[in-house]
Design a protein around this ligand. Sequence first.
Ligand SMILES: *Cc1c(COP(=O)(O)O)cnc(C)c1O
Length: 354
Amino acid sequence: MSRFLNERFRTIEEYTPGEQPQNMHEFVKLNTNESPFPPSPGVIAAVNGAEAEKLRLYCDPDCKVLISKMAKLYGVGQENIFLSNGSDDILNFIFMIFCDDGVVYPEISYGFYKVYAELHGVKDIKVPLKKDFSLDPADYCGAGKTVVIANPNAPTGRAIGLDEIEKILKSNPDNLVVIDEAYVDFGGESAVKLTKKYENLLVVQTFSKSRSMAGARLGFAVGAAPIIADLTKIKYSTNPYNINRLTQAAACAAIDEDEYYRANAKLIMENREYTSTELQKLGFEVIPSKANFIFAKSDKIDGEELYQLLKEKKILIRHFTIPAISQYNRITIGTRDQMDIFLEAVKEILKRRI
Ligand SMILES: *Cc1c(COP(=O)(O)O)cnc(C)c1O
């Protein structure tokens, strides 16, 4: 730390991203919820030569073509969509500009919420989940502050229904309710359609998971026009060109081939059910997931130890050190082949211990 860093940033505990090893190709990588499938053929074609040549020019800060495609796909107006450099960027804005009265979110959820709260000096209330990691909507009713809920939740994979989200929305008419739908394409119910009915709802999604574009950095939010205008104002006050030319071109192509991603998401869901069943046969407790990962623990082996032993076998999964979940591991769902390699390795590890 330099002596120049402002006092208020000195104690910030930054977010720790999942490992991205240099020798990535040697690993079966099931640790950061990326898609095992490449982007669609159109995306790969779109980021080739001609577009790269245009990199000398600034990109369209309004992302007009992309926004019009997205508005059509999601059945909302162009004034209802905000795009940003990954959904993390949108969450950052939300904590920066909509949380003066504080924020409430589940105690076990996406680790970045806590970081943004600290970064922006926002008072945050972390609500415990039930013992089985399910969320009680009543805990968020009449909150009197901004509500942020990942649905499906991370790292548990559990989802709540739209009826429960509506209860939260109705009981917080004067506060913003943010639903982070990073994983919604894997079987959850999207609240996007509720944005027409509730002007206090903001839904956040990403191209990182279901659309195989984590490296392109594109997130989006859907909500009432005034909220979108606020976000846009902040974007134009920080970094108007925050979605680069290649990403805009790639995302347009991705939307044109939306069936490709829906088919991939279906495969991931099938592989998720397969992996869950197989792990249960091995004695694991698996939390029911609507995401592209599962959260599981075994009485036979410590979460940390399983993570380490798998890593020795060049399989990466995610382990969290927070005491409440340190017995668990989060396993990203990959291809059927990857899941078979993972399951074989788990079997071997368990066998050696008996
Ligand atoms: C992955 C993830 C994000 C961030 O996605 P990016 O668009 O890649 O920044 C946001 N929220 C949750 C819950 C996530 O798991």
